[in-house]
Design a protein around this ligand. Structure first.
Ligand code: WTA
Length: 679
C-alpha cells in the first residue's frame, strides 16, 4: 500500500480522450488567461447563459484589502438574469425539455421516479406562484427544512425564480438549530415534510419543525405559513410512484395541524398555475444564504449572489467532473449542505445534466447500495465524501464486486482531507483503476471548487487537492503573513475573488470582514492549513481554527461547548476533535461540574443527549471526560492543544506548558480519561 500512496497517477486514457481539458498545458493556458484577463475568460463563459441585459458597470470590481476600506466583491455589475431561468426554461426553449433532470431514488430501493426538465419547470412555476400568493417579496428569506426529495429542488428553484432568498437547513438539524437559523434570517415561511425515513429509522420532521416554530414564537417571531410535503404519510395523491414501497407510506406517525399556519404542499399545488414569469435579477442581488459554523459560536449565514455563483457553479461542475451532456451524474451529498446546493441543484441543472437525487444512506438496505445505484442508472460521474468511503472500506471488496461499475469515469471527493489509503481504495476498488479521482477542496464560502484536479488532464497524488480552478489565485502564508515561495507550509489564502466567492455574512458584514479578511490584510483566509510540494501541488492539512470536521461537516468547538454549559450540572466545558477511523474526527468533551455534583453514567448520557438536542445527531459527542480543572494559560485561555493530546492519550503531543496556570491539571486529566473505543 505505502508505495501506491506515494505514486503519481496519470489520468485514465478513456477519460482523457474525451476530456474538455486534455493536457496540463491547456489547463495552464486557461488558468493564466482567467487571471490575466478575467473579463475575457468569464464573459466567454457567460455566453452560454441567457441575460436579459448586459453588464453596465465594471466587469469585476472589488476590494480585498481591509486597510483600504470595506471589503466588497462585484462581478458583472448591472447585468440582468435569472438563475432558475438558466437552469430550466433555457433548456426547455432549446428543445431539451424531455431530458431527465433527476432520477429520484428513495430511501427504499423500490421507491423511485424521474422528472424531466419541462416537468420540473412546471412544478417550480406552480410553487413560485404559491409563494407569491402567500405574500413573499423579493429579498425575503424562506426557510426550507426538507429531506432529499424532488420538492426540495422545486422549493429552492421557486425561490430563485422570484428573488426570494432561500435558507436551507439540513433536515438532520435539531429544532433548536432550525429555530436559531429561522430567527437569524427573519424568515416567516417554512417549508418542511411530514417525515422521512433514514435507513430503517423514521424521522418526524414536522414535529421538529413545529417545535422550532414554537421556539420562534417565544422569541416574538411569527411564522406566517408552514408548508408541509406529504412524503411518508398517505401518498395516494401521487401517481408517479411506480410501486408502493415497503417503507413508505407509514401510519406510525401523526401530523399535528395548526390551521392558521399549516398548509399541505399538494393541496396548494393542485390549483396553482404552471406559468410564472421569472423575476429578472441584477448580478449582485442575493440568491441564497446557507449557515456554516463560526468559531465564535453562532452560525454565519453565508450569502451568495446571483450571477457570480451561477457562472462558477456551472463552470466548476463542467470541468471538475468533466461533465458532458447525456452522462448520468450522482452526488451523494445532502442538499442541506453547500455541496448539494452547487453540485446537485445549480451546477448540474445549469449544464442540462441528468442526475441521481438519492434520499437514502450508503448502508441501507445494505452496504452495496451506492454501487447498485451506479449500475441501475449507469452513472459515469460520482461524487462522495471520504467518510463514506472509509465507512464502506470496512466491509471489504465483496459488496462492491457484486456490481459492475463499468459506467464510472470520474470519482470525486469532498469535505475533508482524504487519507491516501481511502484514496487508493476509491481508485482501485471502486474505480477498477480505470477512473480519475478528483479531490475537490472548497467551502460553503467559496461557492464551488477552488482547488481541484481536472479529470483527463491533472496527474493526481493521493491526498492532494492539486491545483487552483480557473480564476483562483491561492497562496501559502507563514504565521507572520509572508508568502511562502515554492514548497512549504502555512495558511491557505486566496489573493483575489473568483466569481463564486460569498459576498457577505447575512446581516453582519463586519463579521464577514473580521472572519475572512482581518488576519492577513489583502487575502481571503480559508481557515485551513496547507502544504505546497516541490511540484506545486496543494495538500490541505485540515482546519487551523477552533473548528471540528466531523464526517466532513464543520462544527465549532464553541457551539458544542455552549450546548454543554446549558446543562444545570456543568460549570465549564471544553471541546476538541479526536481522530476517528470513519468520521475523520469525533467530538471529545471535557466538563467541569458544579460543586457537589457527581460525575455519573447518567450525567454522561444526559450531556450527550443535551448536545444532540441542541445541534442534531451530527453533534453527538463520542466522549465526555470529567475534568476537575481545565488546562489554561495564566490569562485564562483554554489550551486546546493540550486537551487534544489528552484526548488521544499522547503525552508526546503535550508540548510546551510553561504558560499554563496550573501544570498539575495535565496529570489529573490523564487519570480521568474514560474508556476509549477501538476507533
Ligand atoms: C474541509 C464543504 C480537505 C476544509 C464543501 C474546508 C476539505 C471545510 C476538502 C469546508 C478537501 C472540504 N480536502 N479538506 N477536498 N473539502 N474540506 O463549508 O476544512 O461544509 O474549510 O464546505 O471542509 O466545509 P464546508
Amino acid at each position: 500500500m505505502s508505495d501506491d500512496t506515494e505514486k503519481t497517477y496519470e489520468p485514465s486514457e478513456r477519460v482523457q480522450k474525451e476530456a474538455h481539458v486534455k493536457d496540463m498545458e491547456t489547463y495552464r493556458k486557461m488558468h493564466k488567461l482567467s487571471l490575466d484577463d478575467p473579463e475575457k475568460f468569464w464573459s466567454d463563459i457567460a455566453k452560454q447563459f441567457y441575460f436579459k441585459s448586459p453588464v453596465t458597470g465594471k466587469f469585476l470590481d472589488y476590494n480585498f484589502n481591509i486597510k483600504n476600506g470595506p471589503i466588497y466583491i462585484k462581478w458583472m455589475e448591472g447585468a440582468v438574469t435569472n438563475i432558475c431561468y438558466n437552469c430550466l426554461d433555457k433548456h426547455v426553449k432549446d428543445g431539451k425539455g424531455d431530458v431527465i433532470a433527476f432520477y429520484w431514488e428513495g430511501n427504499d430501493p423500490m421507491d423511485c421516479t424521474t422528472i424531466t426538465y419541462s416537468r420540473l419547470l412546471e412544478e417550480v412555476c406552480k410553487f413560485s406562484n404559491i409563494l407569491k400568493s402567500l405574500g413573499v417579496k423579493k429579498g425575503d428569506r424562506v426557510a426550507i427544512y426538507l429531506p432529499m426529495i424532488l420538492e426540495l429542488v422545486v422549493a429552492m428553484l421557486a425561490c430563485a425564480r422570484l428573488g426570494f432568498i432561500h435558507s436551507i437547513v439540513f433536515a438532520g438539524f435539531s429544532a433548536e438549530s432550525l429555530s436559531s437559523r429561522i430567527l437569524d434570517a427573519k424568515a416567516d415561511i417554512l417549508i418542511t415534510a411530514d417525515g422521512c425515513f433514514r435507513g430503517a429509522k423514521l424521522v418526524d420532521l414536522k414535529k421538529i419543525a413545529d417545535e422550532a416554530i414554537h421556539k420562534c414564537t417565544e422569541h416574538n417571531h411569527k411564522i406566517k405559513a408552514c408548508i408541509t410535503v406529504k412524503h411518508v404519510t398517505d401518498k395516494s395523491y401521487c401517481d408517479d410512484v411506480t410501486e408502493r414501497p415497503a417503507k413508505r407510506p407509514t401510519n406510525q406517525m401523526e401530523v399535528a395541524w395548526n390551521p392558521e399556519v399549516d398548509k399541505w404542499y399538494h393541496e396548494l399545488m393542485a390549483d396553482s398555475s404552471a406559468e410564472c414569469e421569472p423575476e429578472w435579477m441584477e448580478s449582485e442581488e442575493s440568491l441564497f444564504m446557507l449557515y456554516t459554523s463560526g468559531s465564535t459560536g453562532t452560525p454565519k449565514g453565508v450569502l451568495h449572489h446571483v450571477t457570480g455563483y451561477m457562472l462558477y457553479a456551472a463552470t466548476t461542475h463542467k470541468y471538475s467532473f468533466d461533465y458532458h451532456p447525456g452522462e448520468v451524474y450522482f452526488c451523494t451529498a445532502d442538499i442541506g449542505w453547500i455541496t448539494g446546493h452547487t453540485y446537485i441543484t445549480y451546477g448540474p441543472l445549469l449544464n442540462g445534466a441528468t442526475s441521481v437525487l438519492f434520499e437514502g444512506t450508503p448502508l441501507f438496505p445494505d452496504c452495496s447500495r451506492l454501487w447498485s445505484i451506479v449500475d441501475k442508472y449507469q452513472v459515469s460521474k460520482f461524487y462522495t465524501a471520504p467518510t463514506a468511503i472509509r465507512a464502506l472500506m470496512k466491509y471489504g471488496e465483496e459488496p462492491v464486486q457484486r456490481f459492475k461499475r463499468t459506467s464510472l469515469k470520474v470519482l470525486g471527493t469532498v469535505g475533508e482531507p482524504i487519507n491516501p489509503e481511502a484514496w487508493i481504495w476509491y481508485h482501485k476498488v471502486i474505480g477498477n483503476s480505470q477512473c480519475c479521482i478528483v479531490d475537490t477542496f472548497w467551502q460553503t464560502e467559496t461557492g464551488g471548487h477552488v482547488l481541484t484536479p481536472m479529470p483527463g488532464c491533472t496527474p493526481t497524488k493521493p491526498g492532494a487537492a492539486t491545483f487552483p480552478f480557473f480564476g483562483v489565485e491561492p497562496a501559502v502564508l507563514t504565521d507572520e503573513g509572508k508568502e511562502v515561495e515554492g514548497p512549504g507550509k502555512g495558511y491557505l489564502v486566496f489573493k483575489r475573488p473568483w466569481p463564486g466567492i460569498m459576498r457577505t455574512v447575512y446581516g453582519d458584514h463586519a463579521r464577514f470582514e473580521k472572519t475572512y479578511f482581518s488576519k492577513f490584510p489583502g487575502y481571503y483566509v480559508a481557515g485551513d492549513g496547507c502544504t505546497r510540494d516541490e511540484d506545486g501541488y496543494y495538500w490541505i492539512t485540515g482546519r487551523i481554527d477552533d473548528m471540528l470536521n466531523i464526517s466532513g461537516h464543520l462544527l465549532s468547538t464553541a457551539e458544542v461547548e455552549s450546548a454543554l454549559i446549558k446543562h444545570a450540572s456543568v460549570s465549564e466545558a471544553a471541546v476538541v476533535g479526536k481522530p476517528h477511523s470513519v468520521k475523520g474526527f469525533c467530538i471529545y468533551c471535557f466538563v467541569t461540574l458544579k460543586e457537589g455534583i457527581k460525575f455519573t453514567d447518567d450525567v454522561v448520557k444526559e450531556l450527550k443527549l443535551r448536545v444532540r438536542e441542541d445541534i442534531g445527531p451530527i453533534g453527538t459527542p463520542e466522549y465526555i471526560q470529567y475534568a476537575p480543572g481545565l488546562p489554561k494559560t495564566r490569562s485564562g485561555k483554554i489550551m486546546r492543544r493540550v486537551l487534544r493530546a489528552i484526548a488521544q492519550g499522547r503525552r508526546d503531543m503535550i508540548g510546551d506548558i510553561s504558560t499554563m496556570a496550573d501544570e498539575s491539571v495535565v496529570e489529573t486529566l490523564f487519570g480521568t480519561r474514560p474508556p476509549q473505543n477501538s476507533d
